[in-house]
Write a protein that binds this ligand. Sequence first.
Ligand SMILES: [Zn+2]
Length: 133
Amino acid sequence: MSEHEHSVFSDKQFAQVEAYVHDIQRLVGLGNWKLHVTNHAPDKQDAYAQSDIGEVGMDCYLSFAQDFLELDPTQQRETILHEMMHMWLQHLFGDYELSLSHDAAVLLRRQAERVVDGLACAMAPLLPLPKWT
Ligand SMILES: [Zn+2]
């Protein structure tokens, strides 16, 4: 399967999304991470975006669903911030999560979603909006 065949964005859209993601990455203090924006859809069908953080940390793949570009700019900004906050939380949860029981890990992940949503919501108004729309 070639990556091009299943591209989510056109080349121009992808370049704009990638540049914006890297701007936000620097603005929220994650500039030392290797953040790879991919141009293929997330595994999760219901997600606008998905971050897959490498096991060693400081390394993340970010993918977007087709309908991401149909969100309004404030939702796009918050969606990207949500994934960035997962990267920050990885410093806290990364190795720790591996030591938990299945149930405790599920609970931790559910609580983490609430925390990243709260942080993304609080920070979003402080950051620039995407300009591709
Ligand atoms: Zn999340």
